[in-house]
Design a protein around this ligand. Sequence first.
Ligand code: ZN
Length: 314
Amino acid sequence: MAKKTSIRKVPPKIAGKLMFKSDSQCCVCQKKGDHIHHLAGRVSNDLDNLALLCYEHHNQASLTGTLSKKLSKEAIINYRDHHYKVIANKRQKALNAFRTPIFKLDEEILLTANKNAIIILEIAKIKEDFWEADWDNRAEILSNISKFSDHSNNRIAFEVFEFLEDITCQTRANMPYRMAIAIYFYILNFFPVFYYKKEKAKTMEIAHLAVHIGHNMAYDATIHLRNLAVAQVGLTVLKFMYRTAKQSEVPELIKMVNHAYDELERTLKRPERNDLENALELVKVFRNDLNEWDLAFPPLPKHLEDIVNIDCLK
Ligand SMILES: [Zn+2]
């Protein structure tokens, strides 16, 4: 048997280090630790030889006279080293939280939120003026939204597209061709990019509105307004969405545009109307043109071109 070299009790400086590393917890059960245990007996006060334990686990570790201790030295070392890592990680995390510039981030978010709120209020005012005016003055009132295009984001674009959708619900109430063109122009200006994957859902909502806008215009202009020039613009909005969908690889959006076309064609074939042949032909010309990259109106047969030339003056 090796000579028993008992050493003095653990010096306060080392005890303090041990308490800190263990966060004052028993390394086995994480209850309050109150016994400093010497793993290899009282041969050394090195931290390697020490572990902080609670009363119960210290008892289990210290039982002698049995063939195997309930809590072996090796087990305590495993518990202890794991516990040290957990405590160290927790502390590092807390430090990292302070290093992350959360205050700067909050400031940016607040700034955007404030800017959005101001712009949304301004758009509400423009809407109010718009609905009080007649078509002669509406284009000019609507042009006030252009100044926000440089500050646009998904939130602002959503607001603008909702407004444009409301307007196109009134296509049948004599929407002039220049208003249709203005709406198309704002769609091109405000439609966001699909580039940011995490914002895709929001962009999809705006895309939905854009498809409705194109469909509303084409539907109302062919069925009710009988203005093929306005219908052309609605169909071009659909083409813009189709092109965007292909470019950004959004198959559900391609499906949506095709669905809008199916519905248009079905409606224009209704048996009780025999005056929709030209409109149906126009829709078919535009549908055949969907895969052409250019957003310019496709060339029309002479008889349709003559109608459009008259309608665009309305
Ligand atoms: Zn314990």
